[in-house]
Ligand binder design. Structure first.
Ligand code: DOR
Ligand code: ZN
Length: 425
């Protein structure tokens, strides 16, 4: 079976940026050639004229809620939401119930995701037993079971000695540590960004330092151990400055942010909107601008979503009590394309943040090149539409972006040569 993606602008940074035809067979890309009359033997032709064709997008920070809270999201619903948003691979965080801190859960996730046959799902296992920050897990066993990285995401590792040992131990197995940087003593009872908006609303605030002191500690531990470190969901200007400085000094640190941190500010909390409540919280306009600068100058390597599904039961309640987090898989690409419209990133730059860099950081194969797996996203950069949660494949609807006008979306997603989402007219 030969499929040809015909006449699209193929953007694979460092490799291609031109109008090409991609031939796919047996789940792989078999050749990439100049567009022309070469399709006599094709079983299927996908007309990609006027579209952008990229290596499959990778979201390295996603919360699926299985096992434990399947009413919010299952592995299958999350993997389907991903491909609907143009994402061909996701890394799922271990804060499930039970926690993914052992081989059985890692294997369970992999097995379930294969059956779903949508996006590839790569489990991130926990740094510490039960995310309790007290006892390290068995990293060799977890790696062998299929874990691709380690994180206690959702919970900070407050014990610096334990974090040091985790980094040393992980390094021996070539596993990346992804750090959720938060000082719980500084967060205290805070529920949104500290500042005038929180004061006016009568809500307790979370200072920027609650994030940046831990970013600085982890950079120091990264320097001490030489073990690669990835900082999750960067939200403050101080964190951006610290990561920029660390990179200048050759420390092996990488970082991600999420679309809500470069599009929204604390003002989105507005009328106590719990769909604008997440951890870390939405920050000030100054922070938002420095996140954009960090993306543009390479300090921030990756755009991930921190897709955090919650049901109305956890969200339609008092702001203080509501769960942290918003969904992102089906809005990420459209929201991130705004960076290209605003000249913060080039289209190549965007593909780097959403595909090439996460692949490099995690050691995944990636690219539009012969012999590589055919994981491909086709993007219509011009379609304008209104975000509508009723179109989503996710089981949850907790997004502050419902009703927003956006431009550009994924129209076709291919994983391992198989069309898993087809929105082409
Ligand atoms: O907003 C968040 N939601 N931040 C986290 O750290 C955890 C996540 C979740 O699991 O819901
Ligand atoms: Zn998270």
């Amino acid at each position: 079976m030969l499929t040809i993606i015909k006449g699209g602008r193929v953007i694979d940074p460092g490799n291609l940026n031109s109008i090409m035809d991609i031939h796919i067979s047996g789940g792989k890309i078999i050749k990439v050639i100049e567009t022309g009359n070469n399709d006599e033997s094709a079983d299927r032709i996908i007309n990609a004229a006027g579209k952008i064709v990229t290596p499959g997008l990778i979201d390295m920070h996603v919360h699926l809620r299985e096992p434990g809270h399947e009413y919010k999201e299952t592995i299958a619903s999350g993997a389907l939401a991903a491909v609907h948003g143009g994402i061909t691979a996701i890394c799922c965080m271990p804060n499930t119930n039970p926690v993914n801190d052992n081989r059985q859960i890692t294997e369970f996730i992999i097995k379930k995701s294969k059956a779903a046959s949508a996006a590839r799902v790569y489990p991130v296992a926990a740094i510490s037993h039960g995310l309790e920050g007290k006892v390290l897990n068995e990293y060799g066993d977890l790696k062998q079971a299929g874990a691709v990285a380690l994180s206690d995401d959702g919970m900070p590792v407050t014990d610096s000695q334990l974090m040091r040992r985790a980094m040393e131990y992980a390094k021996g197995f070539g596993l990346l540590i992804i750090s959720h940087c938060e000082d719980p003593d500084l967060v205290a009872d805070g529920v949104m960004n500290e500042g005038a908006v929180a004061t006016r609303m009568g809500l307790a605030g979370i200072p920027n330092a609650a994030e940046s002191v831990m970013v600085k500690r982890d950079i120091a531990l990264c320097e001490l151990t030489g073990s690669p470190l990835h900082i999750a969901h960067v939200s403050t200007k101080e964190s951006v400055a610290a990561i920029r400085e660390a990179k200048k000094n050759g420390i092996p640190v990488t970082a991600e942010t999420a679309p809500h941190y470069f599009i929204l500010t604390e003002n989105a909390v507005g009328q106590y909107d719990t769909f604008a409540k997440m951890n870390p919280p939405l920050r000030s306009e100054e922070d938002r601008k420095s996140i954009c600068e960090g993306l543009s100058d390479g300090t921030i390597d990756v755009i991930a979503t921190d897709h955090a599904p919650h049901s109305i039961l956890e969200k339609d309640i008092e702001f203080d009590m509501a769960a942290n987090g918003i969904i992102g898989l089906e809005t990420s690409l459209s929201l991130s394309l705004q960076l290209v419209d605003d000249d913060i990133l080039s289209m190549e730059g965007l593909v780097e943040k959403m595909s090439k860099n996460p692949a490099r950081i995690l050691g995944f194969e990636n690219g539009i090149q012969a012999d590589l797996p055919a994981d491909i996203t086709i993007i219509d950069p011009d379609t304008e539409y209104v975000i509508d949660v009723t179109d989503f494949r996710s089981k949850s609807v907790n997004t502050p972006f419902n009703g927003m006008d956006v431009k550009g979306k994924a129209v076709l997603t291919i994983v391992g040569g198989k069309i898993v989402f087809d929105g082409l007219e």
